[in-house]
Design a protein around this ligand. Structure first.
Ligand SMILES: NC(=O)c1ccc[n+]([C@@H]2O[C@H](COP(=O)([O-])OP(=O)(O)OC[C@H]3O[C@@H](n4cnc5c(N)ncnc54)[C@H](OP(=O)(O)O)[C@@H]3O)[C@@H](O)[C@H]2O)c1
Length: 165
């Protein structure tokens, strides 16, 4: 049975478009991780193999669909070779939302097709080896929120984009 869901993306990028460094995030911002949890909990996540490897453990209460041609079985996850197959699997799940959570290839391939994009703009320009520039063409900002990560005093602007066409 094919089920419907809202396809969404969630990402955090620095002022210099930094997104990753040495297989992890280029910052440690607990309040941003908390926001990620709040937004994605109870839903499904589609991710590249390196993004999966960057997680400390399986994220509770979320389906993990990993795109990889090299990974073999990982308990508690579904591994598929392409984004199309990941979306096919997502259609079999009983979830309201499916989130693309990175990395770069997946965002480049499909971010413009997402109905909602949750973007945290991190007010830092850290050293990075993974960059992604989000240029909205088919989306406009529907809501935004400025907050500060209390432990690091880093300013963050959360922007929620909705698809317009
Ligand atoms: N700031 C953020 O919001 C954010 C979000 C996500 C990740 N990150 C960071 O970014 C880095 C990881 O991202 P990344 O871009 O380097 O790697 P990635 O996309 O997570 O993983 C790359 C691997 O995933 C598979 N893959 C990805 N897209 C594919 C596609 N369209 N078709 C087929 N296979 C595909 C391939 O796996 P195989 O080689 O196994 O075939 C590829 O080698 C880490 O540093 C992570 O912490 C940051």
């Amino acid at each position: 049975m094919s089920r419907t869901f809202s396809l969404e993306a969630i990402l955090a990028i620095g002022l210099n478009n930094a997104m990753g460094m040495n297989g992890t995030l280029p910052w440690h911002l607990p309040s941003e991780l908390h926001l990620f949890k709040q937004i994605t909990e109870g839903h499904a996540l589609i991710m590249g193999r390196r993004t999966f490897e960057s997680l400390p453990h399986l994220l509770p209460n979320r389906h993990h669909i990993i795109i990889s041609k090299t990974l073999s079985f990982k308990d508690g996850t579904t591994i598929v070779p392409t984004l199309d197959e990941a979306l096919h699997i997502a259609h079999t799940l009983d979830v309201e939302k499916v989130f693309l959570i990175g990395g770069v290839n997946i965002f480049e391939e499909a971010i413009h097709t997402c109905s909602v994009i949750h973007l945290s703009r991190i007010m830092l320009s850290p050293n990075a080896d993974i960059y992604f520039q989000f240029v909205p063409i088919y989306h406009r900002i529907a809501a935004s929120l400025c907050f500060q990560d209390p432990s690091t005093k880093t300013d963050i602007i959360y922007q929620c984009y909705e698809k317009i066409i």
